[in-house]
Design a protein around this ligand. Sequence first.
Ligand SMILES: Cc1cc2nc3c(=O)[nH]c(=O)nc-3n(C[C@H](O)[C@H](O)[C@H](O)COP(=O)(O)OP(=O)(O)OC[C@H]3O[C@@H](n4cnc5c(N)ncnc54)[C@H](O)[C@@H]3O)c2cc1C
Length: 101
Amino acid sequence: MLADMATELEAARMLMYRDAFAKDTQDRSAVEAAMAKLYASEAAHRAADKAMQILASAGYRRGSTVERLVRDVRATEIYQGTSEVQRMVIAAGVLAQRDGA
Ligand SMILES: Cc1cc2nc3c(=O)[nH]c(=O)nc-3n(C[C@H](O)[C@H](O)[C@H](O)COP(=O)(O)OP(=O)(O)OC[C@H]3O[C@@H](n4cnc5c(N)ncnc54)[C@H](O)[C@@H]3O)c2cc1C
């Protein structure tokens, strides 16, 4: 579980750098930003969930750091564009690329 958490954290970081690179070099960001936000927020959700599983009852206990993280991280899939909305942005980008736009 720790290996998955660390790997997904790095993958999220790479998507964020890719977005920053697209913005810096081509002044383009919408799809890259949507991919980074979608992946990072869902990976954070998975990581917090695994952290709770590792700590079990100590993680579930009200007031514990992990209990707080599980609750807080869930909101990142909702605010600043829900995961569904990010997927719509990405899918529109994929279709536009296919159509040569
Ligand atoms: C902790 C927290 C902090 C927030 N902070 C702010 C803030 O500072 N400023 C601010 O302006 N807002 C803030 N929000 C609001 C947040 O941006 C909205 O909750 C979010 O945009 C979703 O809008 P909604 O709640 O009206 O849900 P809706 O738009 O009603 O969507 C409900 C569900 O349907 C899905 N959905 C909607 N349309 C489609 C579609 N076409 N296809 C598939 N699925 C769809 C959504 O993804 C969502 O899961 C915050 C929310 C939370 C939870």
